[in-house]
Design a protein around this ligand. Structure first.
Ligand SMILES: [Zn+2]
Length: 408
């Protein structure tokens, strides 16, 4: 008895010595990677100096079932759910019908055994009420602990002007709230959404006006970085700041976006800590990779039904495999992946239904287990070519990939 008491005492001491992980992610709307790299705004540059910067991509996989418009709300939802439009079903900024069967990072955080708190600071109300589906039965009545948004509906406090100055004033209000709540309440997961940079992009295109808007954003980010340092200096916490954008802009004037050009698809990710893995180093990460990376940093467990559908690969924490796809040649189907741990094993399984889309359970049949380093597996299943649809899951030791086949 005494030994076990001592054991638990030691366990609790060592556990309390570990800093508590916290995450703030920021979407600053519509800033192409080339603009960010040309400007190198000072506060953001300082964050990168002790952290990481990479070009990234949005828009899904061009020309495939994963292709997703480079439009704002689809972009935010790629990040929130870790899946592309074919799953989350948000295709535009209006008249959205998110498929809540693909849970957001906020729901995943709230489904943990340990109680975790969350916050949304946003210049657009729909982010919480529609994309996250806060309080809706379809999201299990998702609760957010701290909410600061909806200011764009308050035309008395923020009269709408043609130059969209009011959007900047709302961004400032959102930042003041985030600064204060991070310092006082330290939510485990916070989302800050800032809109002004995109509004100016639409009005003025790429150039000095958008550059100035990014200068204002930079000062806002200095405040958030300072709030995070305050917490880390005074509390036993480690804070990850993830900053990104939801799309680039067209390469002609920079007024527009939505298409699949390189400049619209090319974005960037800033991290305040050098916590990245071999996958980050292997090329440009996608916006869908942010969810599993945050999950790893927060040390939260994801249910298999979520892991089997994620389109993102973690750039933080352990990673085994990346980039799964199915290739057809005649009646032969080959599943391919890239291996970062060639000596590990991977397990493949197949489902012929897409029940997940309707909130049902898919039955997966085991296909085989091979060395990860093989990088491919030929499916030997009679009648496979006649199937209208199937999806394959490749389970590595540390992460899981999936690929669909749609018979056109
Ligand atoms: Zn946008």
């Amino acid at each position: 008895m005494r030994i076990s008491c001592l054991f638990f005492l030691l366990l609790s001491i060592s556990a309390s010595a570990q800093p508590t992980p916290k995450v703030v992610f920021v979407i600053a709307d519509g800033i192409p990677a080339d603009v960010m790299e040309r400007l190198q705004p000072p506060a953001i540059r300082q964050i990168i100096q002790t952290g990481k910067y990479s070009r990234a991509y949005v828009g899904g996989v061009k020309g495939t079932y994963k292709e997703t418009p480079t439009i704002s709300a689809p972009g935010y939802n790629n990040l929130l759910t870790g899946v592309w439009g074919n799953k989350h079903n948000v295709w535009n900024n209006d008249n959205q019908h998110p498929n809540y069967n693909y849970p957001s990072i906020f729901r995943l955080v709230k489904s943990q055994k340990r109680p975790l708190t969350s916050a949304v600071f946003s210049t657009w109300l729909d982010n919480r009420t529609v994309l996250l589906g806060e309080g809706l039965p379809q999201t299990g009545n998702l609760a957010i602990d701290y909410m600061f948004d909806g200011y764009e509906k308050d035309t008395v406090r923020f009269p709408h002007d043609r130059a969209a100055k009011y959007i900047h004033l709302i961004d400032e209000t959102v930042i003041r709230a985030a600064d204060s709540v991070i310092r006082l309440k330290a939510p485990d997961l916070s989302w800050i959404y800032l809109e002004y940079t995109d509004d100016i992009g639409h009005r003025k295109g790429t150039g000095s006006a958008q550059d100035s808007a990014i200068g204002l954003l930079d000062r806002q980010m200095a405040k958030i970085a300072s709030a995070i340092s305050y917490r880390e200096q005074n509390f036993n916490e480690k804070w990850l700041l993830v900053m990104t954008t939801d799309h680039g802009r067209d390469s002609i004037s920079g007024h527009n976006h939505g298409g699949q050009s390189n400049r619209e698809r090319t974005t960037w990710i800033v991290l305040n800590k050098p916590v990245t893995n071999a996958y980050w180093a292997s090329g440009a990460p996608g916006i869908v990779d942010i969810l599993p990376s945050i999950a790893n940093f927060l040390q939260i467990e994801l249910p298999d039904s979520t892991k089997y559908e994620l389109d993102g690969t973690p750039f933080i924490g352990n990673v085994s495999i990346t980039d799964a796809k199915i290739e057809r040649s005649g009646d032969d189907f080959t599943v391919r992946w890239k291996s970062l741990q060639p000596s590990e094993k991977v397990k493949l399984s197949i489902a012929y239904t897409n029940g997940k889309k309707e909130g049902k359970t898919d039955v997966y049949y085991p296909v085989g287990t091979v060395k990860s380093g093989n990088g491919q597996y030929v499916l030997k299943i009679p009648g496979l070519a006649a199937k209208p649809f199937f999806k394959v899951v490749v389970e590595g030791r540390h992460n899981t990939l999936n690929a669909w086949y749609l018979n056109k």
